[in-house]
Design a protein around this ligand. Sequence first.
Ligand SMILES: C[S@@+](CC[C@H](N)C(=O)[O-])C[C@H]1O[C@@H](n2cnc3c(N)ncnc32)[C@H](O)[C@@H]1O
Length: 275
Amino acid sequence: MSASAGLSPATLSALIALVRKHTGIAMSERKSILLERRLRPRMQALEIGSYQAYLDKVEQDRAEIPHFIDLVTTNDTLFFRTPQVWDYVEQEFLPQWWQTHQGKRLKVWSAAAASGEELYSMAMLCEEFQEAHPGFSYQIHATDISQQILAVARAGEYTGRSVERIHASHPDWVKKYFKPSAKGLQVVEALKKNVELAQHNLLTLLKPHKQFDLVFLRNVLIYFDQQHQETVLKQARHSMAPHSRLILGESESIGGLDTAYHFERPMIYSMEKPG
Ligand SMILES: C[S@@+](CC[C@H](N)C(=O)[O-])C[C@H]1O[C@@H](n2cnc3c(N)ncnc32)[C@H](O)[C@@H]1O
């Protein structure tokens, strides 16, 4: 593309509006360089010479929308991201849930799962808990708006920082739950047996209707404005059992929002008022 085919203020505004329409993400006009960098390879692949022409394509061709969503979402994640959350799940949430729910199946939702490190971290904790507590069973439902990143989660194959992180934090579990792969490490099939993945936009109601015991909604609210944050939190409530817990990201606080969740401790919220 020639330098003259840069992103004009009008096209930038229209693209930002389109990002918001399809994902809820509130992108700042200051992110124009990021947007240009992300869209350019796709435009080159389609031989589209201007951002306005690409905007027209997304508006007119429904088949382009999933590609557009893949390009504008940020999918950073890690195994056992924010270790204190995982300490809470392992040492408090799971034992307490098991005490009151023996014979039931734990239902977990990894909403905005990205490439899957969060859901497989949970699966490893559940497998370990199951070894120590025969009879325990679990199901992890993982969703994301991006089809492309869900395909990575489905494959469960990891490289780079993700691999370094799990080697450093859980070397024994690398041997137990991963196998070497061409790219780095791949989770073993046994870790996928209680996992289902599906595309879902958090601004909408999750279907089919389920009541989860634990919901990870981490590092996604930060991308939305207040109105959409409230919508996402309201929609998530419909999928949460009365005794359930909601886990947010480290830099996400919902104290100032109009929601019916109760603060339990940093990052952890409940549906019912803590007793
Ligand atoms: C930074 S990742 C968070 C991954 C993981 N939860 C964590 O904390 O490590 C944010 C994810 O949110 C997804 N996302 C963005 N907007 C969404 C929406 N409206 N509905 C569902 N997922 C969305 C992106 O595709 C991306 O994979």
